[in-house]
Design a protein around this ligand. Sequence first.
Ligand code: CAA
Length: 258
Amino acid sequence: MEYGTIVLSREIPIAIIRLNRPEAYNALNMQMVHEIVDALDKLEEDEGVRCIVLTGNDKAFSAGADIKEMINLSSVDLIRTGHFLPLWNKVGNYSKPIVAALSGYVLGGGLELAMSCDVLVASENTKLGQPEINIGVIPGGGGTQRLTRAVGKYKAMEMILTGSMITAEEALRLGLVSRVVPANSYLDEAKKVALEISSKSPLALKLAKEAVNRAFEISLQEGLSFERKNFFLLFSSEDKKEGMNAFLQKRKPEFKGR
Ligand code: CAA
């Protein structure tokens, strides 16, 4: 598939998906949604790729769903097609870690996309918000749920009801991003994190990600039980033997995902 709205590059063991509609602050349209999903499908099958970096450009990760494309859509259109559901499902249930490299505007569906990722590295000039209220709607890609879980009810309410943006520093204080870095290094820093993650066992990464995500769905006791089962499961992997042997032999482990 030829891509017109994203750029996919591989720097094995990582891959980078860059949102590429600079003329519209990387607003998400249907074409971009299909292309991101297609790229993620391919990368999920590619055993050489251990971690994905999802980024935009310096001015915008993404300013949200494309308002020009949405203006003529009716409820019936959305119900029939599911709109961006394939994207939310794909990123929200993705088996490999995704590091979001954020800069500039991260708004609406752009913030929802970022919040579906696993580690969020933000440039100091990042501005984050859910401005849907300004155009007469509400977040539709998980914003009311994921933002509330990330920052708590009162800050989420303020952001969603006023549509106001917060700075990267505020987002860091609130626990909405993992780290804030100088503007000229956000992509490099995100790649470094992705490389660090890539050096771990793919099996352990997959089960760790599953377990952390479960924390948002179920009770503590059920979550502890889920975690324990994943922990026990990993003891049958070659990667567990390799990791523990490498530690005792004072060498770097070589994980194979077996
Ligand atoms: N959709 C479509 N086009 C957009 C866009 C969007 N979300 N955001 C920016 N653009 C376009 C503008 O229309 C403009 O295009 P033209 O040059 O053709 O006029 C271009 O990008 C530059 O935008 P501005 O002139 O507005 O630039 P600015 O620097 O003054 O402001 C901004 C930047 C604060 C990001 C502003 O563009 C803005 O507020 N954008 C809309 C943000 C928004 O409301 N996002 C939520 C969308 S709804 C959603 O995401 C639903 C969901 O949950 C899935």
